[in-house]
Design a protein around this ligand. Structure first.
Ligand SMILES: [Zn+2]
Length: 156
């Protein structure tokens, strides 16, 4: 049985890919996962329309249904930067002392350095529903909350 938070955290990566492809938001300011509840905060310049948010949710769920492989591997920092550029980074910095990076990749969807645990396939995440969306103009931050289905109840 997959731990809920591992599922929810992996969903953050899937959601980030969706936010990136639908809205073009590149930088993550923060992420949060507790139980089946998660939140992704990205740097953005406006509040998206309901239609755009529906497309984000749809794209994320499509990636879940697809059952894309989630791979983790270690790479020399220098090497990783040459290969992937700054797309592996977030707004919160990796310590200068880190010379090896743990990279997490969902092919053609999301790549990020991340030391958290992840499920092996996006299909293990299950359906995802967007919740409250907040735009903080002064900080240019877009906060998207989401909820995963409780799979233990689901399978009954
Ligand atoms: Zn991660």
């Amino acid at each position: 049985m997959v731990q809920e938070e591992v599922r929810t955290h992996t969903a953050v990566h899937v959601l980030k890919g969706a936010v990136q492809s639908v809205l073009g938001a590149k930088w993550t300011a923060s992420t949060y996962a507790a139980g089946t509840h998660g939140r992704l905060t990205v740097q953005f310049d406006r509040k998206p329309s309901d239609e755009e948010l529906a497309r984000v949710e749809e794209a994320a769920n499509r990636k879940v249904t697809e059952g894309a492989e989630v791979t983790e591997f270690d790479m020399e920092r220098h090497e990783a930067e040459l290969h992937f550029g700054d797309s592996i980074y977030d707004l919160f910095p990796v310590p200068d002392t880190a010379t090896m990076l743990r990279i997490v990749r969902i092919p053609e969807w999301n790549i990020n350095c991340c030391t958290e645990r992840h499920v092996e396939s996006t299909s293990l995440i299950g359906p995802l529903k967007l919740g409250k969306v907040r735009f903080r103009k002064s900080r240019r931050e877009l906060e998207i909350e989401f909820e995963l289905a409780d799979l233990t109840k689901w399978n009954r």
